[in-house]
Write a protein that binds this ligand. Structure first.
Ligand SMILES: Cc1cc2nc3c(=O)[nH]c(=O)nc-3n(C[C@H](O)[C@H](O)[C@H](O)COP(=O)(O)OP(=O)(O)OC[C@H]3O[C@@H](n4cnc5c(N)ncnc54)[C@H](O)[C@@H]3O)c2cc1C
Length: 424
């Protein structure tokens, strides 16, 4: 019998692809007009943009495998660069994390760190890295406590750990889980040079996976219904019967995968299961349009001591386009869009004076519920894919997998959930 999937984000799509690949019929419903969820296309003038700047890394293996399966290659979708990050600060000299020198990995990284922060900086980072194993075998603590414990300097905290923590966990260091940060560091830096590669989309996000996955699902006999919202579940004698949609019509199914965000899943499942809603934190993206000849000195740069946090060169997709990312809650939320654009443009100009003082055009996208907050002990609060209700399964990035909210986590959970369902 057909499996019903609620949610057409990357997780729901990965679940549907996995099922139809095995010849299992699916019907995926999505409440929005388009697929992709939190990683989707949006229109700006006559251009297709991303709803927020995303960065993938070489370690996103299941996401890359899933893309290959549906017929899109990483070469088509991404510009792939060896790690080469410069973090600019308003007080300290630039700090570099780069694999782009003559030394083999990870010595290349160590060398760039020594060259930009001295031997002291390098020792501190090495100390934190060496402490990861001990940390992970004990109780979770906050990232700021971990930084204190491993005696990180004020400079490293401000210029390296704060921006890295925001970029990977979208959570301030005082609240963020040290276990999750340690896991991310292990996965990205501890698995060879290519795992740390930056993958920056060169085509709109909705075309990186969602639209191609949708074609694959349909070609394999699956059905996709857009603008169809699940309102409540039909569950009898602890068994899934189907759902009632917002417009009142019912869809019957004996297997149901809920692949929505933590909050939406918690609301939908509330009468039957308790899912921790967890706090959700925002991410703002400011797109700035400059003359077509303008580009950044490297594909991405970090900024500290400023409202702007990470800056991406998007000129491969659209000449003269720069994306500025601001993660987690903060002072920037109090600014109007025009004030934010003006401030961010000035910060960029101060850092790279060749950039015009103001961009010729701009787009601000504020995703208020971008990710679940990756707080201390979050892993213990995340649900598993298999539930106590027969035929009810959970996917979505918030389901337990050790990762923070990422596309890799979303795809992993979708695939894993479908595989579990197939074994029953
Ligand atoms: C601005 C921004 C920047 C990000 N940057 C990165 C990054 O750099 N790297 C990275 O790896 N990750 C990043 N993320 C996180 C990543 O986008 C998410 O982890 C991932 O997209 C989650 O996918 P999902 O399928 O689990 O959930 P979602 O994308 O939320 O999909 C759930 C879908 O369910 C639908 N839905 C909800 N309720 C119902 C209902 N009742 N009936 C039917 N449909 C319903 C929703 O409309 C949605 O389409 C970022 C997220 C944002 C917003």
């Amino acid at each position: 019998m057909t499996t019903l999937i609620i949610g057409g984000g990357w997780s729901g799509l990965a679940a549907a692809v996995t099922l139809v690949q095995q010849g299992h019929p699916v019907h995926l419903i999505e409440s929005a007009k388009q697929l992709g969820g939190r990683a989707r296309n949006v229109s700006w003038h006559d251009e297709v943009m991303d709803n927020g700047q995303h960065l993938m890394i070489g370690a996103y293996q299941q996401m890359l495998d899933m893309m290959t399966l549906v017929g899109i290659s990483a070469e088509e979708a991404f510009d792939r660069y060896p790690m080469d990050i410069t973090l600019y600060d308003t007080l300290f000299s630039p700090l570099k994390l780069s694999a782009k020198n003559w030394l083999p990995w990870p010595l290349s990284l160590a060398w760039s760190l020594i060259a930009s922060s001295g031997l002291t900086g390098f020792y501190q980072v090495a100390k934190l890295q060496a402490h990861s194993k001990k940390l992970l075998s004990g109780n979770d603590i906050s990232v700021s406590d971990w930084l204190l414990l491993t005696k990180q300097s004020e400079r490293l905290i401000k210029q390296l750990w704060v921006p890295l923590c925001l970029a990977t966990l979208n959570t301030p260091i005082t609240e963020a889980s040290a276990h999750r940060l340690a896991t991310v560091l292990q996965e990205s830096l501890g698995r060879g040079k290519s795992a740390a590669d930056s993958l920056i989309p060169r085509i709109p996000l909705g075309d990186v996976f969602p639209s191609v996955a949708a074609n694959y699902i349909k070609q394999h006999g699956g059905k996709i219904s857009l603008q169809t919202r699940a309102k409540s579940l039909l569950i009898q004698d602890n068994k899934v019967q189907g759902i009632t949609c917002q417009d009142g019509h019912k869809i019957f199914a004996s297997n149901l995968i809920v692949a929505t965000s933590a909050k939406h899943s918690a609301d939908l499942l509330a009468p039957y299961l308790t899912i921790n809603k967890s706090i959700e934190y925002p991410i703002s993206t400011v797109y700035l349009r400059y003359p077509a000849t303008v580009s950044l000195p490297s594909p991405m740069i970090g900024m500290t001591g400023t409202i702007s946090q990470w800056v991406f060169d998007r000129s491969a997709q659209s000449p003269g386009l720069i994306a500025v990312v601001i993660s987690a809650p903060g002072e920037h939320e109090k600014l109007t869009k025009a004030e934010l654009v003006s401030l961010v443009s000035k910060e960029l100009h101060n850092m790279l004076p060749y950039l015009p003082e103001q961009a010729s055009d701009s787009l601000v996208i504020r995703e208020k519920h971008a990710t679940f907050a990756c707080t201390v002990n979050i892993e213990q609060e995340r649900p598993l894919s298999e539930t106590t209700i027969s035929g009810l399964w959970l996917a979505g990035d918030f389901v337990a997998n050790g990762y923070p909210a990422t596309l890799e986590g979303a795809v992993r959970n979708g695939k894993h959930c479908a595989e579990l369902l197939l074994t029953k």
